[in-house]
Design a protein around this ligand. Structure first.
Ligand code: GDP
Length: 451
C-alpha cells in the first residue's frame, strides 16, 4: 500500500551505519525529505516530522536503533490526532453515520464497503439509507450493492431525504439495528444547496459520526475539501478512497494532521472487501516494513468459517483434497480482498507485493480454466479425482472446451498442490513454509524487530 514510502524509509535507515555519525543522519534526513515531498506529503508536515526526528535522534545519540525508534514515534505522532480510530460504536445502538463527499469520490461504493466490513468483521446488523437523491443512479447502485452483501436498504426515490431518514431511524430502533449508514447527497463541487441539505439531514439524524469520503488521486485537493466540509458541517473522520491507484501514498500520511480529524479507513479497490481500517500503530509498522499481521489475522478470521477450516485441514492432512474443497477455498480467499493488499500486510513482503502488481485471482485465465473443468465433472468425480480415467478426461475436455493436454496439466498441478498442502500441514510444515517465504524474499527482508 505504501510501496514508495516504505522503500524510502528503508533506504534512509540503511544510510546510518555507525554511531556518532551525524553526517549519515543528515544524509538520511535529506533523503527522507526528498522522498516525502515527492510522495505528495505536505511540506509543513515533512518539515515538522523531520525536525523532530533530527532533534530527538541527536538527543538520544546518533545510531540506527535510536533513529528507528524516533522515526517510529514521530510517524505515529503525525498519523495520530485526537478523535476516534477505526470504527467506534455508540454506547446506545444504533450507531448513526452520515456518509458525505463529492460526486465521484467513491462515497456510494464506500458506504457498501463499510456495511460489509461491519457485517462480516464485526458481526453487526447494518442498514443503509439511500438519501443521495441528487444522483438517482446512486439509489440503484445501492440496491445492487446491498443485495450482493445482504444488507438492509431503505430507499424511496419519491421521498425527501429528511423524511426518508426519519422513517429509517424509526425502523432501526424498532428492529434493533446496530448501525445505520446514511448515504447523503453528493455534488460536483461544494455549494450552499448541498450544505443546507446536509445540515438538515444532520439535524434530523443526530449522527454519532460524520465521515467525509475523499478521492486519494486528487492529492492535496482532497485535504482542502475535507477542511471545508469540517468547517461547514463538522466531520469526525475521513475515508480516503482509490488508494490502490495512488502509489505515492503521501496524502494519507499528512491527512489527519492537516485536517485535524483522524483518517479512519482507506479504500484499496472497487470490490466490497477492499476497505481497511487506518490504525496509526499498524500503519506505522507497515510503513517501516514490519507488516501488519493483526489486520491480516482479523481479515482471515472473518472470512473463513471455523468449522469449514477445520474440516478442510483434516482433509489436507489425509491427502484427501477434492475439487469441491478447491472451489470452497477459492470463495474464501476472494473474501479477503486483493492478493497485493494481503501480501503488503506480511512483514518484509511489501516489495514482493509491489512486484506482484494486481493479480486478480477471480479472473485469472488459469482459474477460469479450472472452474470450467470442474463444472464439466460429475458430482462423484468432483469428490474423488482418482475416478478420472482417460475416457472420462476426454469427456471433461470436450465439455469444458479445453484440450486433453490442458486437462492433464491441470490435474497434475492439482495433484501436486494437494501433496504439497499435505507436507506443509505435517510436523515440519511451518518450517518449510518459512523456508519458502525466505526464498521468495531473496533471503533479505527488513531489519525491524531483528536487532
Ligand atoms: P460517488 O459518486 O461518490 O457515490 O462514487 P461511486 O461510489 O459511484 O464511485 C465512483 C467510482 O470510483 C466507481 O467506479 C467506483 O467503483 C470507484 N471506486 C470507489 N472506491 C474505490 C477504490 O477504493 N479504489 C478504486 N480503484 N476504485 C474505487
Amino acid at each position: 500500500m505504501f510501496d514508495t514510502l516504505t522503500e524510502s524509509f528503508k533506504n534512509a535507515i540503511g544510510k546510518i551505519r555507525f554511531h556518532d555519525d551525524e553526517k549519515a543522519l543528515t544524509r538520511a534526513i535529506d533523503e527522507l525529505k526528498k522522498s516525502l515531498l515527492k510522495a505528495d506529503v505536505h511540506h509543513k508536515v515533512v518539515k515538522t516530522l523531520l525536525a523532530n526526528v533530527e532533534l530527538k535522534t541527536k538527543h538520544l545519540g546518533v545510531g540506527k536503533d535510536n533513529f528507528l525508534r524516533v522515526l517510529k514515534e514521530e510517524i505515529n505522532n503525525t498519523l495520530s490526532v485526537s478523535g476516534n480510530q477505526g470504527f467506534v460504536f455508540a454506547s446506545k445502538p444504533p450507531t448513526v453515520v452520515l456518509m458525505t463527499g463529492l460526486q465521484g469520490s467513491g462515497k456510494t461504493t464506500t458506504t457498501g464497503k463499510l456495511a460489509y466490513f461491519l457485517k462480516e468483521q464485526k458481526k453487526k446488523k447494518v442498514m443503509i439509507v439511500a438519501a443521495d437523491l441528487q444522483r438517482l443512479a446512486a439509489v440503484e447502485q445501492l440496491r445492487q450493492i446491498t443485495s450482493q452483501i445482504d444488507v438492509t436498504l431503505v430507499a424511496d426515490e419519491n421521498a425527501k431525504p429528511v423524511d426518508l431518514v426519519k422513517v429509517a431511524l424509526q425502523r432501526a430502533d424498532k428492529e434493533l439495528f446496530d448501525v445505520v449508514l446514511i448515504d447523503t447527497a453528493g455534488r460536483l463541487a461544494i455549494d450552499d444547496e448541498l450544505m443546507d441539505e446536509l445540515y438538515n439531514v444532520k439535524q434530523v439524524s443526530n449522527p454519532d459520526e460524520i465521515f467525509y469520503v475523499a478521492d486519494a488521486m486528487t492529492g492535496q485537493d482532497a485535504i482542502k475539501t475535507a477542511i471545508t466540509f469540517k468547517e461547514k458541517i463538522g466531520i469526525s473522520g475521513v475515508i480516503l478512497t482509490k488508494f490502490d491507484g495512488d502509489s505515492r501514498g503521501g496524502v494519507a500520511l499528512g491527512l489527519s494532521h492537516q485536517v485535524g480529524v483522524p483518517l479512519r479507513f482507506i479504500g484499496m479497490g472497487e470490490k466490497m472487501p477492499d476497505l481497511e481500517q487506518f490504525l496509526p500503530d499498524r500503519i506505522t509498522s507497515r510503513l517501516l516494513g514490519g507488516g501488519d499481521i493483526e489486520t491480516l489475522a482479523e481479515k482471515t478470521v472473518a472470512a473463513i468459517d471455523a468449522k469449514q477450516a477445520k474440516k478442510f485441514s483434516q482433509k489436507i492432512k489425509k491427502g484427501k483434497f477434492n475439487f469441491n474443497d478447491f472451489l470452497e477455498q477459492v470463495e474464501s480467499v476472494k473474501k479477503l480482498g486483493s492478493m497485493k493488499s494481503l501480501m503488503g500486510m506480511m512483514p518484509g513482503m511489501s516489495s514482493v507485493a509491489k512486484q506482484m502488481g494486481e493479480m486478480d485471482l477471480e479472473n485469472s485465465g488459469e482459474l477460469k480454466m479450472i472452474k470450467a473443468m470442474i463444472s464439466s465433472m460429475t458430482l462423484k468425480e468432483r469428490e474423488d479425482p482418482e475416478l478420472l480415467t482417460n475416457s472420462r478426461k476426454r469427456r471433461i475436455a470436450a465439455g469444458s472446451g479445453l484440450d486433453q493436454v490442458q486437462v492433464n496439466r491441470v490435474l497434475k498441478q492439482f495433484g501436486s498442490a494437494a501433496k504439497m498442502a499435505k507436507q506443509l500441514s505435517g510436523k515440519n510444515g511451518m518450517k518449510q513454509m518459512q523456508e519458502m517465504m525466505k526464498q521468495m524474499q531473496g533471503g533479505g527482508g527488513f531489519p525491524i524487530g531483528r536487532k
